[in-house]
Design a protein around this ligand. Structure first.
Ligand code: MOS
Length: 736
């Protein structure tokens, strides 16, 4: 029986709940010392003087590294970009310039964490302050286009937007905004760097071990082969650990300077600046539609901020280019510079913020036309990707709408705002479309059968808590006919075969085909060994007549003729047998547009007197191709919906406009939902076969869950209250 699709429990679950899972800073390396990063307290200017004397007096201090004494790096220029898929301009103590508050400006190394902290607190800095741009409205006075938007065009145009707007009988022109947010994985960024001669070992909390290896090698000017990166567990990433940030390289620099392994763990406040953010966005939507509800025009113009040192754009309008049928469309992305840390990928970057605006605008237009919001979306159902002018590889959105509406009871909705109540609460029902691209990158894996008939599979992938260990085990088990406890799947070691970043919901679609290919190659090798062995019960058969099951090979039509793997290996001299294989996207990528889709329905309750909003229930239905594990996959989708609720109602980093410092840069004041904020979340998936996305037919499920939820909640709040809030998060003050 196939294990793929079954909701088996996490193979790494026991390790995690017993504390046996070792995260980056848990690794014990002899002689290891501790580093604490010192960060700037002004948003703009230069360091005039930095006083390290008092810090150096603290007992146990080994080094206070500043821009004055840090080793000069070969490749670091003030604009040098190093890391694909994005350039990252790091703060590696090469210059005296300060571009944002909380920017790394020194690293203190001491024998204990306590000594390092004490010394770091004693570093005194005199700045020559310069004017800073800390107001988004002011920043927008100077806009520039990013070079690309995730390798796609910055702007697009099809048809004639203005003619389309004029030809419709209804028009909308509205601007939506989303706030700063910070990823805040439970495990903060952490790096342990240890040199052995010219070889470097890094234990790093990352979504991309090979990215870490290559960026650190490029920055230090050493061969990538000299670096090994370990990351068996990542305690959450959400995009911020997809890039290498300054502390990783600083740890390596310091370890070389002091001649000891160095461990640096960012404190919670340091997650609010130097390691990425979701930037503020402002998104203007223009829609035109006929009285029968056909879109005639769509304009989506997104503005986000970036830092002073680097361009990174929140790709807000990408989903608008493909989600609905519309003959006339323009989309654009523009950047405004601010003295804040560089933004980055964060939990469906672009799709979560962009679909908030798009799905809000669609709801506003439906209301204006007097058409049910779901019917309006069906009216404009895209039968192909108009933006790319390609057919879909698969699309089950109609079924998602249908099943979702049924499970939610959408037909019982009365359209008028404030028309539904429950006791003293206003009840609102809203819906939205969810979507996320199906990304895939090349990957390789090796599968090795040990003499006892068990198998080890290795690839340089990551598990962010998403279930990589578990689903890859399932894939290998199926290919080899082995039970779960006979396969050990290993990841998080840069010496393993190539795997891509665990970002963009890409791991399953990329790595699972490689694992499958390696396991199948191993099976074929074992079949070959058995067939060649005259003493094997399988001798004389043809390879395609043999199946793998229950830890053995057997003839499909004659179950009596069987040989266990352990026996095959014993007769093969007791040696391990291994096979390596690669898998990569083929020409389908240029022939089809590949996306996962879903429909989200939410109920909100709003206290009429106090404006308090709760979300008692959410129904999400998704078409994600083949779901490899019902349990971990559903958890991903549910978790995504929780993030969506968080985006809609809770999260916002507030920067002090006087100095650019996050005023709620901690987990007490940075609001995320707790259990009491989350009601019933009903997730389901539709059966979806997609032969084009990859051999397993699996689309990613990591990020689609968050998309659409912001819009659905805003739409439900409008339905409950008659108040259209276009600015996230929807806090009670905006309803009063
Ligand atoms: Mo995800 S924001 O691509 O890690």
């Amino acid at each position: 029986m196939s294990l793929i699709g079954q909701g088996i429990s996490r193979t790494d679950g026991v390790k995690k709940i017993t504390g046996a899972a070792e995260y980056a800073a848990d690794h014990r390396v002899p002689e290891c010392v501790h580093a604490v990063m010192v960060t700037s307290t002004v948003p703009s200017g230069r360091i005039k003087r930095i006083h390290t004397g008092h810090a150096e007096e603290v007992s146990g201090v080994l080094q206070v590294m500043t821009h004055l004494n840090a080793p000069r790096l070969p490749s670091q220029t003030s604009s040098g970009k190093l890391q694909p898929p994005v350039g990252r301009v790091l703060s590696l103590l090469q210059f005296d310039a300060v571009h944002y508050n909380n920017q790394p400006i020194a690293l203190v190394v001491a024998d204990t964490l306590e000594h390092a902290r004490e010394a770091a607190a004693r570093v005194r800095v005199e700045y020559e302050a310069a004017p800073a741009v800390l107001d988004f409205a002011e920043a927008q006075e100077h806009l520039h286009p990013p070079e690309k938007v995730l390798a796609q065009s910055t702007d697009t145009r099809r048809g004639d937007l203005h003619a389309g707007l004029l030809s419709g009988s209804a028009r909308l022109d509205a601007t939506y905004s989303t706030p700063n947010a910070h990823h805040n994985p439970m495990e903060p960024h952490a790096t342990l760097a240890a040199w052995d001669g010219d070889r470097l070992q890094l234990f790093d909390s990352t979504q991309y071990i090979l990215g870490v290896r290559n960026v650190v090698a490029g920055t230090l000017g050493i061969p990538p082969e000299n670096i090994t990166v370990h990351c068996p567990f990542t305690g959450g990433g959400f995009g911020c650990k997809g890039s290498v940030w300054s502390h990783v390289v600083l740890a390596a620099m310091a370890a070389r300077q002091v001649g000891r392994p160095v461990k640096v763990v960012l404190d919670r406040n340091q997650l609010f600046g130097p390691v990425g953010t979701r930037p503020v966005t402002s998104q203007r939507f223009r829609l035109g539609a006929t009285e029968h509800g056909k879109l005639t025009a769509m304009g989506h113009d997104a503005i986000a901020y970036t830092s002073m040192i680097e361009d990174w754009i929140e790709p807000c309008a990408l989903a608008s280019r493909m989600l609905y049928a519309c003959p006339n469309q323009e989309t654009s992305h523009r950047l405004a510079r601010m003295n804040l840390g560089t933004p980055t990928f964060m939990r469906a970057p672009g799709e979560s913020t962009g679909t908030f605006a798009l799905e809000s605008a669609m709801d506003e237009m439906a209301w204006q036309l007097g058409i049910d919001p779901l019917a309006f979306r069906l009216q404009n159902y895209a039968e192909r990707d108009q933006g790319k002018d390609l057919p879909w590889s698969s699309k089950s959105l109609r079924q998602c709408y249908e099943i979702g509406a049924e499970r939610f009871g959408w037909a019982r909705r009365t359209p008028e705002p404030r028309s539904m109540r429950e006791g003293s609460k206003l009840v609102g029902w809203g819906m939205a479309t969810a979507t996320y691209p199906t990304n895939r990158s090349p990957a390789s894996a090796v599968a090795r059968m040990l003499p006892d008939g068990s198998v080890v599979v290795q690839t340089a992938s990551q598990d962010l808590g998403t279930g990589t260990y578990t689903v890859m085990t399932q894939v290998a088990c199926d290919a080899l006919g082995l039970p779960v406890d006979k396969v050990r799947f290993e990841l998080g070691d840069s010496r393993f075969p190539n795997a891509p970043i665990s970002g963009g919901s890409t791991t399953v679609a990329s790595v699972a085909p490689a694992v499958q290919a390696a396991a199948e190659a191993l099976r074929l090798k074992l079949i070959g060994i058995a067939l060649a062995d005259e003493a094997s019960p399988l001798h004389g058969a043809t390879a395609d007549a043999i199946v793998a099951a229950n830890g053995a090979l057997r003839l499909r039509d004659d179950p009596q003729r069987t040989q266990s793997y352990a026996d095959i290996l014993r007769r093969h001299g007791g040696n391990a047998v291994e096979a390596e294989a690669s898998a990569a996207p083929g020409e389908e990528k240029s022939k089809f547009s590949m996306h996962a889709f879903g429909a989200v329905f939410v109920e909100v309750h709003v206290d009429e007197d106090l404006g308090q909003i709760s979300v008692p229930r959410v129904v999400g239905v998704y078409g994600v191709g083949k779901l490899l594990n019902r349990k971990t996959g559903y958890s991903q989708l549910m978790g995504g919906i929780v993030w969506g609720i968080s985006l809609a109602l809770f999260e916002e980093t507030v920067f002090d406009k006087r100095n650019g410092r996050a005023v709620n840069g901690n987990l007490a004041e940075y609001h995320v939902p707790v259990n009491a904020d989350i009601g019933d979340i009903d997730v389901s998936i539709v059966d979806e076969e997609d032969p084009h996305v990859n051999p397993l037919g699996a689309k990613g499920v990591g990020e689609i869950g968050i998309t659409g939820v912001g819009g659905a909640i805003a739409n439900a709040v409008f339905h409950a209250t008659g108040r259209r809030v276009r600015d996230l998060p929807i806090t009670l003050d905006k309803l009063l």
